[in-house]
Write a protein that binds this ligand. Structure first.
Ligand SMILES: *Cc1c(COP(=O)(O)O)cnc(C)c1O
Length: 448
């Protein structure tokens, strides 16, 4: 066994110059853990090279204290990916909010009266004006909106919902479980593929409070299927004094060429309550946006849960900046919408110009691909796009995909080839992309 006394004292290690620019409290813990590991190793009879101790400690310290959130080049063509942070922002919006974040503001302050104001009022007028609805409320995300609405109106009561809409959105968000957390009783009606208005009608009793419609978001039932239109649910609810609530998931305002009704369409005859995410097709920050009847929104504001679901000032500012783009029809500054709207000719030119600059060893070729909206929205809609396929001799597509991924470029594999869909590659990422690709080649040559 090696001599344990050869391991230096903590105090001595701390004095080493290589640790000059470190946080000494954190470093001490790293050293302690490392020394324990090394002792165990030696006691177990393994060999350990004490010379490496300090550099290994420094590496460990660096890995603990470095930022884990990194910028990624999304070359998948999937515009909204929860794993990649969903919607991104145009720099102009960020510049606009900087002065408001580096100074105090009137988040909850009524400047006119010098009294307490309401953080929930900041966006109300704009949302009322855009959607022509009575009132609005913003919470932390759409999951919070669903929870708040069900808890406020249906605690110890019944919520009627179609079996075909008992969806799991991902990230463990399942409608039946949320219903339980809210204290509401779920009444499933219809079958997986078909639900009729009469199914809802027959389930109504004195305990019923809400008929909820949930956007299926991430899948579609094709073939022998039918669901009830929100308008018919709204009418049925009005006849029976129930609340009609539509969880839209990924609402969009306008500017997307698809078969789904926009928020503006739905709000022509709005349900009593709608909610949707701020960072899906709406193209802004994580938030749950609730629109609906004034008396219902007021009741939501009285629920103590709201305090726990409270939206932050950064979110309010980003939503405000996004709403301004919708008001002025400046959709090119909402990247989510802008990417989905990109003209195929422009995408083709972009693919060609990137392809021309990629080293020949990657065998780059422009190909036609299908982009997706993603993020649980427009499940079967594809957007024609162009990409660059890459192939390296003697390297499998899955291996090349991994190499790119480790270099923070996320690609997709089409027809057995790694492919970069240009739709989701930002203009200021092109240089980085091309440099990274040529570095991969240089590194490979050096390795050989
Ligand atoms: C995405 C989604 C949610 C959850 O919204 P978050 O903003 O991610 O919390 C809820 N309902 C539906 C139908 C969705 O698509």
């Amino acid at each position: 066994m090696q001599d344990l006394r050869k391991i230096p004292q903590i105090e001595k290690i701390l004095k080493n110059k290589i640790f000059d620019n470190t946080n000494k409290n954190i470093l001490k813990n790293v050293i302690k853990n490392k020394i324990n590991k090394v002792k165990n190793k030696i006691i177990n009879g393994d060999k350990y090279n004490i010379e490496n101790l300090e550099s290994e400690i420094l590496n460990e310290y660096k890995s603990i204290t470095s930022n884990t959130l990194k910028p990624i080049i999304n070359a998948t063509g999937v515009v909204l990916q929860t794993n990649l942070g969903r919607s991104i922002f145009h720099k102009n919006l960020l510049n606009e909010v900087i002065p408001l974040l580096s100074h105090y503001n009137n988040l909850e302050y009524d400047i006119e009266n010098g009294s307490r104001g309401d953080r929930y009022n900041h966006l109300t007028k704009m949302l009322q004006a855009i959607f022509d609805v009575e009132d609005a409320l913003i919470v932390n995300n759409n999951a919070a909106a669903v929870l708040l609405i069900l808890n406020t109106f249906a605690k110890d009561h019944e919520v009627i919902i179609s079996r075909g809409e008992l969806v799991e959105i991902g990230g463990n968000f399942r409608i039946p479980e949320v219903m339980k957390s809210a204290g509401a009783k779920l009444i499933e009606v219809g079958t997986t593929n078909k639900t009729h208005l009469s199914d809802y009608k027959n389930a109504i009793n004195e305990k019923s409070k809400i008929i909820m419609k949930v956007h299926k978001s991430n899948f579609e039932i094709l073939g022998f299927s039918s669901e009830v239109d929100i308008q018919d649910i709204t009418n049925l609810c009005h006849e029976n004094n129930l609340i009609d609530y539509y969880d839209l998931g990924s609402g969009y305002i306008n500017g997307i060429d698809c078969n789904e009704p926009s928020l503006l369409d739905i709000c022509k005859n709005p349900p009593s309550l709608i909610s949707f995410s701020g960072d899906k097709l709406f193209g802004s920050i994580q938030a749950g946006i609730i629109l609906g009847k004034k008396d219902l929104i007021n009741q939501l504001k009285q629920n103590h849960l709201l305090r726990a679901l409270r939206v932050d000032k950064i979110s309010i500012l980003m939503l405000q900046a996004t709403l301004h783009r919708y008001i002025t029809n400046n959709l090119s500054e909402i990247p989510t919408i802008d990417m989905l709207n990109k003209d195929t000719c422009i995408l083709y030119q972009k693919a060609v110009s990137i392809c021309d600059r990629i080293d020949i060893f990657l065998n780059p070729q422009v190909i036609e691909v299908d982009s997706l909206a993603g993020g649980g929205s427009l499940p079967n809609k594809t957007f024609k796009s162009f990409g660059i396929s890459l192939q390296m001799k003697d390297i499998k597509a899955s291996k090349l995909e991994k190499i790119l991924r480790e270099n923070l470029i996320i690609s997709r594999i089409y027809n057995n080839k790694v492919t970069l869909d240009v739709r989701t590659i930002q203009d200021d990422e092109v240089e980085i992309l091309i440099n990274t690709l040529s570095n991969i080649n240089n590194k490979r040559n050096n390795d050989e």
